[in-house]
Design a protein around this ligand. Structure first.
Ligand SMILES: [Zn+2]
Length: 336
């Protein structure tokens, strides 16, 4: 028999005296076990985790055998309704320009602080403070493949990260002990819990393949935490690690429009595979661009730093030397 999915709210009183009610789902097996929390959309343009949470709630209602699951799909309603990374940002402003409204930097919040600090405080009181495992689900730009970010110095974190079966893993060290608590992950660790972050591929959009990837990651994490039965379903492994000395940059050999060849970030490539072509803007020749290595596409498509907020930074016109792809090399079993 399915377990009931209940809806509750974390209620914050904002600076103007109005209340912001952040809804969340809770599924309780009524048996001992971990309390797994998931935050989606701490940044208002990173929304794919919302649908992941919805599907994971249904899955837990059918399959949860131990512990409790709390899912906050709309963690940052102020930023989501503003349709930007943070609620104080205007056009073409990246998240780092937020003046104290970046939710990810606001933990554990403050009931007398600014509106985001108040929302965070309410979320901590209702959700995070009761949990011992946390998945913080974000999305980065659609030129980059999905990845899990986790601490390599914590055995449980390693186990959870490896179960996600995402294309890439980025291992982190623990922050210095004197560092201020700022992220929900830091907060979870400071209380003896374990946390990790997932970055799905694509902001301002909902993509079936990414939502499916996120759902499999959540289900696999719940399995290694013995909350739902079965072994993790690993269908895309092994994960590769960017920035570990195996990165190969593919640069534009000439200037012109780069036409991708229908691959997706995260996909495996073999040496010589066609990544796309450039239509030269001087003699109109077609110049094919091939993969110099076997591995996985970590970044794919011409883009610049602010591609998450500036349309020109997503423009497919490449100048000679622009990065068209970044491949994390893998040899041996990765070779196809
Ligand atoms: Zn984010």
């Amino acid at each position: 028999m399915a377990i009931d999915i209940t809806v509750d709210h974390a209620v914050a009183t904002l600076t103007d005296g109005t209340q912001l009610r952040t809804p969340f789902w809770r599924i309780d097996s009524d048996r001992d076990g971990h309390h797994l929390a998931m935050l989606a959309a701490q940044h208002g343009n990173e929304v794919q985790g919302i649908e992941v949470a919805r599907r994971f709630a249904d899955l837990c209602a059918e399959q949860l055998v131990a512990g409790t699951v709390t899912l906050v799909p709309y963690a940052n309603l102020l930023a989501i309704r503003h349709r930007r990374h943070s609620s104080d940002l205007g056009p073409e402003q990246p998240g780092r320009e937020s003046q104290g409204f970046n939710m990810q930097q606001a933990w554990p919040g403050d009931p007398d602080g600014n509106d985001i600090e108040r929302v965070v405080y309410a979320l901590d009181a209702k959700v995070i403070a009761h949990s011992d495992r946390l998945v913080d689900m974000h999305c980065w730009n659609h030129f980059w493949a999905a990845a899990v970010l986790a601490r390599s110095d914590n055995g449980v974190a390693v186990q959870m990260a490896e179960a996600t079966d995402l294309p890439f893993v980025m291992w982190r060290n623990s922050p210095a002990p004197e560092a201020d608590i700022a992220t929900s992950s830091h907060l979870m660790y400071s209380r003896g819990g374990v946390s990790m972050a997932i970055e799905l591929s694509g902001q301002y959009q909902m993509r079936e393949a990414e939502v499916d990837r996120g759902l499999r990651a959540m289900a696999n994490v719940a399995k290694v935490l013995d909350m739902i039965p079965g072994e993790p379903e690993i269908i895309d492994g092994p994960m590769l690690e960017p920035l570990a000395g195996n990165d190969v940059v593919v640069e534009a050999p000439c200037s012109g429009i780069f036409m991708q060849s229908g691959l997706e970030p995260g996909q495996r490539v073999v040496q010589g595979l066609k990544l796309g072509h450039i239509v030269r803007d001087d003699d109109l020749e077609t110049v094919v661009v091939r993969s110099p290595a076997c591995g996985r596409l970590w970044k794919y498509g011409r883009h610049d730093m602010k591609c998450d907020v500036r349309l020109p930074d997503q423009h497919p016109y490449a100048s000679e030397g622009d990065m068209l792809a970044l491949i994390v090399q893998a040899c041996g079993p990765e070779r196809e």
